[in-house]
Design a protein around this ligand. Structure first.
Ligand code: HSE
Length: 446
């Protein structure tokens, strides 16, 4: 038990939705533990939301409720402002008002921080306060903390993550039940796993924001969401998943960020990875972040990337980190992460990997001859060809696997293939990730 004199730490909560509600409940339920274990008397002093009824639901004092966030950011008693509304506006204005008023900030806002963390961190540094964002990277998984503290002795070489629960849920069900994307998406929406407008999840934006935040911290160079190549899962079909299984792979939407000698490779897209890789076993709505450090080698952090209490766990962890010195009469260290661009970003056209390409081709003699020639003309070497069952309309699917090839050459050959008379469509192009290359640069034991 803590016996030293401490002062109350006042939190202003903006956003009382799923995560805001979980945060309020966690702080109230654990108040006495925080006080006894850490000497922190943590109080929600202001709560801002849209609906006054939410205050009753959460058991908050109605006197602290407001619908105007300015009443929180301008309240002189507030030490820490917690922004949990998401989106760019008015979140940007909330950050600016709180930081310039000298309030520390905690946020789970991946969309805003993925794009603008360098500007907001600079504002925090200028006003001598800190900005913390554990919950913005992978919900409840404490990976920001690991990168900022426990792993700082390493050069991080690679981060590969299942950073979006909605898409992992959809791909897992497609894999387990042999269903197509549209069918599982509709069911996921009905069950509340996917949003009515699913685009931020299924088109990769949510995962790309998280890649931007994680790689900026891990590689000490600014990577913004707009730097991250992004491709979602709409084009992954049950046939592709089936083929992947036969080839010994699982299809996952991964956020990948690698340090390379020519810059940072940052991308989100569906990949084939070996079915025995630890990331392949992460199923349903769960998240996992695989981190390779030059000293530690492989690590993997697994947990819930969304949800009320899991995300609140990360938010409250950040709040307590800030509250510890405040409670004891000191100030948390001001923001020090400069988030400056010090390394180039590699373009996706420069990626070199193996590819799975599925074509819908007219089922007639000689149809494949110009296809094979197109690959040869582009300098792409084929490692295997597999003709699948007839599509039933005079065409059939043919899968080509390539040896290592350059993305720009693959893009070019796909354009050529799409224009051939006997090619009905280039139905899918999926990168086969070389997971062994993720370990390049790990120190060998003496
Ligand atoms: N919508 C996200 C997901 C959680 O499905 O994982 C918030 O980033």
């Amino acid at each position: 038990m803590h016996s030293t004199q401490t002062r109350t730490v006042n939190v202003g909560l903006i956003g009382l939705g799923t995560v805001g509600g979980g945060t309020a409940r966690l702080i109230m339920r654990h108040h006495d533990e925080y006080l006894h274990a850490y000497g922190i008397d943590l109080k929600i002093a202001r709560a801002c939301g849209l609906d006054p009824a939410r205050v009753d639901e959460l058991g908050l004092d109605p006197a602290i409720f407001t619908t105007d966030w300015r009443e929180v950011t301008s309240d002189p008693d507030i030490d820490i402002v917690v922004e949990l509304i998401g989106g760019e506006h008015p979140a940007t204005e909330i950050f600016e008002a709180a930081l310039t008023s000298g309030k520390h900030m905690v946020s789970a806002n991946k969309a805003l921080l993925g794009r603008h963390v360098e500007r907001l961190a600079a504002l925090a540094a200028e006003h001598g306060v800190q900005l913390r964002c554990e919950a913005a990277a992978a919900g409840g998984i404490p990976v920001v903390n690991a990168l900022e503290h426990a792993l700082v002795g390493n050069n991080v070489l690679c981060i590969a993550g299942i950073l979006n629960g909605t898409t992992n849920y959809i791909l897992s069900r497609m894999t387990a039940e042999g269903l197509d994307f549209a069918e599982v998406l509709a069911d996921a929406q009905r069950l509340g796993y996917a949003e009515a407008d699913p685009s931020a999840d299924v088109d990769g934006f949510d995962a790309a924001s998280k890649v931007a935040i994680l790689s900026s911290i891990a590689f000490h160079t600014r990577v913004t969401t707009d730097d991250v190549y992004m491709q979602g899962i709409r084009n992954v079909s049950a046939d592709d998943i089936d083929q992947a299984r036969e080839l010994g792979y699982a299809i996952k939407l991964l956020g990948i960020a690698r340090w390379t000698s020519s810059g940072i490779d940052a991308r989100v897209h569906p990949v084939m990875i070996p079915r025995d890789h630890m990331l392949a076993s992460v199923s349903g709505a769960m998240n996992a972040v695989y981190v390779v450090g030059d000293a530690v080698g492989e690590t993997m952090f697994y947990g819930a990337g969304a949800g009320s209490f899991p995300t609140a766990s990360a938010v409250v962890g950040d709040i307590l980190e800030l509250a510890q010195p405040i409670a004891h009469g000191a100030a948390p260290a001001p923001e020090s992460e400069p988030y400056e661009r010090t390394l180039p970003i590699r373009q996706i056209a420069d990626l070199e990997t193996r590819y799975y390409i599925r074509l819908s081709v007219a089922d007639r003699t000689g149809a494949l001859a110009p296809v094979v020639k197109a690959f040869a003309d582009a300098g792409i070497s084929i490692s295997a060809v597999n003709q699948l069952a007839d599509d039933g309309d005079g065409s059939c699917s043919v899968v080509f696997l390539t040896h290592l090839a350059r993305e720009r050459d693959v893009e070019q050959v796909c354009d050529t293939l799409a224009a051939l008379d006997d090619v009905r469509s280039v139905a899918s192009v999926i990168r086969i990730e070389d997971v062994d290359a993720w370990l390049d640069g790990v120190e060998k034991n003496d």
